[in-house]
Every structure is written in structure tokens, then in C-alpha cells.
Design a protein around this ligand. Structure first.
Ligand SMILES: Nc1ncnc2c1ncn2[C@@H]1O[C@H](COP(=O)(O)OP(=O)(O)OP(=O)(O)O)[C@@H](O)[C@H]1O
Length: 674
């Protein structure tokens, strides 16, 4: 495929980015949460206390006024004094010095379970959260087992077996608590894997691990940091309990658990002994928990985009694959040669979703169409007719629970038979998607150059300079004049129109022959909509692309379409060249949509509408699905399924009264009965 430069379109949406290109990289919402948190005095106090504990433990040797093991039997169980500021224990040892020396090992040892839990929980949670399926079920089972194990009992057993080996005990404890991290990461990954920009990366063919590291990990990091505080505090308390029980720590050396044990043994004789160590422990655990919980409360709720993509390719069982179309209609065609003029052929496509009862509910039912090189086919219809599911099925991107059957052939290759891995290679390089939410389709953490460069590198490779050149070429191709400053920009610095141009550039980076655009102008204001449509039109003409455009707007079809497939309740009800459809629709539903076009509105005359609603898939009748809303419906329309009837060489209509509709249109235009 050759590329060509398309002139810039107008000025709106292609000018400077909304914000200054030189602005620093945007601070993520987690960074903002931390900045806000640091303004709160309680958090500063908690943080200050922890810093004090760490620093005094590190410099205990220099700070402690006495040797923590030195005994002064004359001063046994003494209260605070000028010599012993916090008093002494039953052997006359200085409590302050013992507290200063007793925290270091504990604070360090508590890090081990946290590190182990992260090393296990993060990669496994991310992987199974992303791929789902059996790996997910197995990992979940193992974690359920881990949760059922009482950690203390296991660690006690380990201490016996390993002769009180503290590092080993902490590692085992880390393995047991890693389930919590796993669950957190898995849930965050599941929420992130369906974000539009993750979908966009997947559609561009970016590898699974690159997506996990670059696009999903940043979303998981915030909750992980918060959880780290809570986990550390739990590990700290757990190890204090072990030390209290005389396990893990050297009984000759002071430790905070040992100090609690000593204080509890002397509670009757000297209750004061419990006060200093109790206060230190409570303050330390409270500070850790408070910091963790405060960050948790300030973490922004993840903004979830529309759920789209499981990485699996479920297979629709034969009985569900049949859809509800009349039997005997299906006529499998021979595959087109790879160099055919018809890069995309969809035949008898059925898309179904699993129902809670375990069955399958079709939502797209026997859809067929073909798109030629340099042609735009519009899937048009009201909301819920199955346009998006048809488009997503061609890309192998159905949402969780959905499966497709029938045939989707790209340059003669059957896509529905491909594995997810094979399909990932096809997406981006042969067929690409432009979504309706350009802002959601771009990762807010990376500049335009970085995101576009990744995809260029993936599909073309090349040196840094070559990738950079190609990025600029692509930006120019989509009508961006000031490529240098836009390439440096982050998504939030772009206008909606500019962001959509960048998304189109992303879709073109792999030089696909087929572009699928799902309502690409819906999120944009009307002037920008026209520019983006112009851009798509000129790109499609210059690059010879086959374009499948999903829209609910016949005005868009009129602007850009060559062929229209009008969809109603999961079926194509009319397939026709756009000019002919607009001049004389051959299905009453197309006629209704046409009459309702605001472009034809007459001032003072209410705009006609198609009364009623599109039926939900579960309410589809077995006869004509439009009959309940159709002004032409007669008894015969309710007698059984209506096949798609050929009304001209290149036109078909799913209406048994299509000829009468044509006659009435002729009558209306000529005033003469044909
Ligand atoms: N994840 C899902 N699970 C079950 N049913 C779904 C799912 N997603 C969509 N559907 C159903 O599939 C049908 C077709 O939806 P689709 O999104 O393709 O319609 P559409 O014509 O593109 O409408 P819109 O313009 O609103 O997206 C609808 O009835 C919808 O409820």
C-alpha cells in the first residue's frame, strides 16, 4: 500500500493543541492524590513518626544512651529517671536503649513478606487478569486455598522444621499473603484490560506483555502502593507476635516483641514497662495503617470505558451458530483470491451472547455484506440493531461472553477460524479499528510520538530516526500541519478532533487494507465531524482502503457512504448503493429513517419519527421483526421469517411488500401509477 499526503482540512481541530505543547507531562491522578495528601497535618505527623522510627533504628548505636544488654541490678523495674529516661526492665536494662535497638531487625524483616507477596502476586495477577480463562480459574483456586490456610500455624510449623530460621519464615508468610496482592492486581487488570486505549493498543497488534507493562501496570500501581503500607503494617504486627512468642528473633538481642513479652511478664510488679513499648508499637502500626487508608481514600475511582475485549476467541456451538435465519438460505461461497478487489466479505455472520441460563442469545443474525477496495460501506440503524457487534466481530473483538459464527473473510482468509494469536497479527496490519471515543483510545500517560512510534516500530521496525520520520509522515497524512508540536503532546493537550486524527494515524500505522470506524464522529462537535468525515473519505480514496463505517446517522451515510447496509434487530433489512437508497428506499424501515432525517425538516412541521422501539433480541418475533412498527405491515408479514430478497442486481430488501413500496414512491414523485 502506498501512502500519500492529504491536505489539511479547515482550521478547527487541526490547529495548535488546546494546551501548550511545552507543558510538563501531566501528573497522573495518583500523583495528585499524593500531593493533596501531603498537605494534611495528620498525614505529615504519621509520615514524620515513621521517618523517626526508621532513622532512630538505623542510628540506634549512636542514639541509645546505654548498652541495651547492660544490666543494672540496683535499678530493676525502675520508672523514668534522669539516668533511664523510660525506666528499666527486670534486669535493670535501659528500656529506651532496648526500644531503639529492638526495631531495626523487625522493620527490615517485615519487608521480606511484602517483597515476596509482590513478586508473586503482581505478575501472576496481571497475567491471569488479562488472559482470563483456565489460567485465571486455576490461580483463583490456589489463592482460595492460600486464604484458607492459617498463616500463624504454618509459620509455627516452618519455625520447627527450619530451626527458627527467620528469613525462611518470613518468605513463607509472604507466599501466604501474596493472595491479597494477587486479587487486587487481578481485579485492577480486569478493569484496565477493557479500557479503550488498551483495546486500541491490542487492535494495533501490540504484544500482550508490552500492553501489560506499558498500559495496564500504570493503572495498577496506585492501589499497589496503598496496599503496600497495609501489608507492611500487617507483616510488622505478625512478626512482633512471633517475637513475642520467642520465635524467629535472637532471644539475646532486644526486639519489640520480646519487650512486650517482658512487659507482660512484669505487668503486676511494674505496669509502666508496657507503656513505652506499647506506645511505640501502637503509633507505628497506626501510622502505617493511617497512611495506607488515607491514600486509599484519595485514590480516584478508575474511570471505566466500555467493556470490549476478552483475549479469548470463544466458539459458538453449532445450534447457536445457526441464528434464527430461515433454514436452507445459507450458501457458503468460495473464498476470494488474496488479491481480489473485495478485501472484506462477511457472510451469514451470527453473533450470540451467553445467557444466565447457559444458552445463547443471538444479537446479530445472518448478516452478509462485502466491501470493495476504495469503497465505504455504512452499517446504519437505530441503537441496539447490532451494528457495533457486527463491526467488532469482524475484528475478533467481541465483548466477554460473545461469540461469532458464519464467515468473515479478509483477503480470502477466514478470520473466524484464527486463534487469538493469529488474529492479533491480522489486527492493525490488515484490518484496523477507529473507535468513537478518541480520548479514551489514547493512553493518557504517553505522548503522541511515543504511542504512534510504538505501533510503527511494531509493524515496520527501523531505527529511531526512521520511526520518528514515519510518525511525522502519518501525522501529516491525517491532516495535522504542525506535526512536531502535536507529536510532543499528551492526549489531554489535544482537542477532540485532533485526538481523532491521531487515532486515525494509529489505525493507519500498520497499513491495513480495511478500516472499521465505529461512530468515529459521535463524540465530536458538528464542524469537526464534517472535517473527520472528509478526512476519512480522502484517505479512503487516496489509499484505496475498504472502509466499514458504523453510524446511526443517515446524514453521515449520505456524506461518505458508497453502499449502505441498513440493520434492524440484528439483521440487514436493506442493502443498496447509497444514492439509490436515499433516492428510493426499498424497505419501510429505511424509508422511516430517511423521513426522520433532520436535514429534511420543514420549519413548523414536526419531524416524522418511526414510532415504537427496536425490540430486544430476546423479544425478536419469528416473523418480520419490523412488522410491529411498519405502516405497510399486513397479515402475511406475520406468517414467518422474511428472507433478504434481491430487488435489483445490487440491491436487496427484507420486505415482502418492497415492490408496493417502490410503486407508491413512483406514484408520489410522478403522480402517475406505474
Ligand atoms: N456485552 C453484551 N452482552 C449481551 N448483549 C450485548 C452486549 N453488548 C451488546 N449487546 C446487545 O447486542 C445488541 C446489539 O448491540 P450493538 O451495540 O451492536 O447495537 P448498535 O446497533 O451498535 O447500537 P449502538 O449504536 O447503541 O451501539 C443489543 O441488543 C445489545 O443489548
Amino acid at each position: 500500500m502506498t501512502t500519500a499526503t492529504v491536505p489539511a482540512h479547515g482550521t478547527q481541530g487541526v490547529g495548535e493543541p488546546v494546551a501548550q505543547p511545552g507543558r510538563p507531562r501531566p501528573r497522573g491522578s495518583f500523583a495528585t492524590a499524593i500531593r493533596d495528601a501531603l498537605r494534611r497535618p495528620a498525614i505529615l505527623i504519621a509520615l514524620g513518626w515513621l521517618v523517626l522510627v526508621v532513622v532512630s533504628s538505623v542510628f540506634a548505636g549512636a542514639l541509645a544512651p546505654h548498652d541495651p544488654l547492660a544490666q543494672d541490678l540496683d535499678a530493676r523495674l525502675a520508672g523514668p529517671s534522669a539516668t533511664y529516661w523510660l525506666g528499666t526492665d527486670e534486669l535493670g536494662r535501659d528500656l529506651l536503649s532496648r526500644i531503639l535497638h529492638g526495631g531495626g531487625v523487625l522493620l527490615l524483616a517485615a519487608l521480606i513478606p511484602v517483597v515476596v507477596a509482590y513478586l508473586l502476586g503482581v505478575p501472576i495477577g496481571m497475567f491471569v487478569g488479562y488472559v482470563g480463562g483456565r489460567a485465571d480459574a486455576l490461580a483463583d483456586f490456589v489463592v482460595n486455598v492460600l486464604f484458607a490456610i492459617p498463616a500463624l500455624v504454618v509459620v509455627l510449623a516452618v519455625s520447627v522444621v527450619t530451626d527458627n530460621n527467620l528469613p525462611f519464615m518470613t518468605v513463607v508468610f509472604g507466599v501466604i499473603v501474596s493472595g491479597g496482592i494477587f486479587r487486587l492486581v487481578r481485579a485492577s487488570t480486569q478493569a484496565s484490560r477493557d479500557l479503550l486505549y488498551v483495546d486500541a493498543a491490542r487492535v494495533s497488534g501490540v504484544s500482550r506483555w508490552t500492553i501489560l507493562l506499558r498500559h495496564i501496570l500504570p493503572n495498577v500501581l496506585g492501589p499497589l502502593i496503598v496496599q503496600g503500607f497495609l501489608l507492611y503494617s500487617g507483616a510488622f504486627l505478625f512478626l512482633t507476635s512471633l517475637s513475642f512468642l520467642g520465635l524467629g528473633f535472637d532471644p539475646q538481642q532486644p526486639s519489640w516483641g520480646q519487650l512486650v513479652f517482658d512487659a507482660s511478664a512484669n505487668l503486676d510488679d511494674d505496669p509502666w514497662m508496657m507503656v513505652p513499648i506499647g506506645a511505640v508499637l501502637i503509633a507505628t502500626v497506626a501510622a502505617l495503617n493511617y497512611l495506607g487508608n488515607s491514600l486509599l481514600a484519595t485514590l480516584p475511582t478508575a474511570k471505566r470505558a466500555r467493556l470490549l475485549t476478552p483475549p479469548r476467541r470463544p466458539v459458538l456451538p453449532a445450534e447457536a451458530a445457526a441464528g434464527t435465519a430461515p433454514a436452507g438460505r445459507r450458501t457458503p461461497a468460495a473464498a476470494e483470491p488474496a488479491d481480489s478487489d473485495v478485501p472484506l466479505v462477511v457472510e451469514d455472520l451470527v453473533v450470540s451472547f451467553r445467557t444466565p441460563e447457559g444458552g445463547w442469545q443471538p444479537v446479530v443474525d445472518g448478516v452478509s455484506f462485502a466491501v470493495h477496495r476504495g469503497e465505504t460501506l455504512c452499517l446504519v440503524g437505530e441503537s441496539g440493531c447490532g451494528k457495533t457487534m457486527t463491526a467488532l466481530a469482524t475484528l475478533g473483538l467481541l465483548p466477554e461472553g460473545g461469540a461469532a459464527a458464519g464467515s468473515v473473510r479478509l483477503a480470502g482468509r477466514e478470520l473466524l477460524d484464527l486463534s487469538e494469536r493469529e488474529m492479533a497479527q491480522v489486527r492493525g496490519s490488515q484490518i484496523a479499528l477507529i473507535s468513537q471515543e478518541p480520548m479514551g483510545a489514547l493512553d493518557p500517560c504517553f505522548s503522541v510520538r511515543s504511542q504512534l512510534g510504538d505501533v510503527v516500530k511494531l509493524h515496520r521496525g527501523g531505527s529511531r530516526a526512521e520511526v520518528r520520520r514515519r510518525v511525522h509522515e502519518l501525522l501529516r497524512l491525517v491532516g495535522i500541519p504542525n506535526v512536531e508540536s502535536v507529536a510532543k503532546s499528551f492526549p489531554h493537550q489535544l482537542s477532540g478532533g485532533m485526538a481523532q486524527r491521531v487515532c486515525i494515524a494509529l489505525a493507519l500505522a500498520g497499513e491495513p487494507s480495511v478500516l472499521v470506524a465505529d461512530e468515529p464522529t459521535t463524540a465530536l462537535d458538528p464542524t469537526i465531524q464534517a472535517e473527520i468525515l472528509d478526512l476519512l473519505r480522502s484517505l479512503q480514496e487516496t489509499l484505496g482502503l475498504a472502509l466499514v463505517l458504523v453510524t446511526h446517522d443517515l446524514g453521515v451515510v449520505a456524506d461518505i457512504g458508497d453502499v449502505a447496509a441498513v440493520m434492524y434487530a440484528g439483521q440487514v433489512v436493506e442493502l443498496a448503493p447509497v444514492d439509490e437508497l436515499l433516492a428510493a428506499p426499498r424497505h419501510p424501515y429505511s424509508q422511516g429513517l430517511l423521513d426522520a432525517m433532520p436535514e429534511d425538516a420543514v420549519r413548523g412541521v414536526p419531524l416524522p419519527t418511526v414510532a415504537g422501539m427496536v425490540p430486544l433480541p430476546r423479544d425478536w418475533p419469528t416473523h418480520c421483526r419490523f412488522a410491529a412498527r411498519c405502516p405497510l405491515a399486513v397479515d402475511a408479514c406475520r406468517e414467518g421469517p422474511v428472507p433478504l430478497l434481491t430487488v435489483q442486481a445490487d440491491r436487496s430488501s427484507r420486505c415482502i411488500r418492497t415492490d408496493e413500496l417502490a410503486r407508491s414512491q413512483d406514484l408520489a414523485t410522478t403522480g402517475v401509477t406505474p
